[in-house]
Design a protein around this ligand. Sequence first.
Ligand code: NAI
Length: 336
Amino acid sequence: MKDFAGKICFISGGASGAGLGQAKVFGRAGMRVAIADVRENALDNAVEELVAFGIKREDILALKVDLTNREEYTAAADKVEEVFGGPPHLLIQTAGVNSFGPIEASTFDDFDWVMGVCLNHVVNGLIIFVPRMIKAYAHKTEFHVAATSSAGAFMAGAVCGPYSASKAAVNNLMYSYAEALKPYGAGATVLCPGNINSNIGNAEKFRPEHLKDTGYHVSEGTMMHLRSIHATGIDPVELAEILKEGIENERVIVLPDHNPDGRAAELRRHNEIIEDYTLTRAQREAKTQKRMEDMKKAFAAESKEERAPMWAVPEGAEAYGKARKDLVWIDSSKRK
Ligand code: NAI
């Protein structure tokens, strides 16, 4: 998709972080932008921020919607057609949350919340919008679907199971849509960033009441640790520009370079992770240890000034990724 001006864009999670950056960039490209988000205050602020960025108020439609709720999501899609006169030409599903703790401590609520937002809302949007987009635009005008996944889609971790599983599934889903939409003259793109300067470190504050039974240790301190990491991430507008280039050139995966040696090194690293799983445990652990040592050395050599690594726990914060302390059957080193 190359021409954006005058067309319609729907962005899930558009009130904050990566989604708001996308609303700015595609709004600046002349699109009318619908931003859908569950947080009403954040939506109000986002509209003002978009207007200050130069997007005309009448080109913005803010929709308060829980995107995991199919009825609400369908009503939001109907509203876009009613107000903007058609379904989106560009669908970008970016809403997401994270929550971290030992996977063996996870509850149904942990999986249902993280996978509900990160994966199921993407499925909901594709089912609700793609038939409408095909009927309205196939062979007549360009259209495209995109989703914001994560570099986590290519790797696993002991404390980010539901998140990484949902992102891996989103990637695979988008590869399928990229193939499926070809005959209609459309494409699909999945954005896989590593770290974004966004508000996701506060996601736990907005976890719905009915999904609050977590097995993880969550506190103001753990959120502070996450916020300190995300503060070092890529700027959302810069990231959205990278996504735009990917959509214009029909890339299926957009992998912003967060490896200092560039995209090729990043891809090699992802391939290596998969290869590592085919090794024996002893081989794999030796390799992982060497990689960690090399990373630390590279970091030390690279830092000119004295500064803590990105993953250091700031003063007053608590390391995220532990289990609740009452789960006594969890290895004590993994418990708060
Ligand atoms: P953010 O917290 O700034 O924005 C996410 C938005 O999604 C929030 O405004 C939130 O209210 C909304 N949302 C959450 N649940 C919702 C629901 N049920 N219905 C409607 N809206 C809902 O976070 P960020 O970082 O901008 O996240 C955007 C995407 O980027 C997510 O999919 C995230 O997984 C992904 N990502 C983030 C990275 C990071 O370092 N922040 C790294 C890689 C990927």
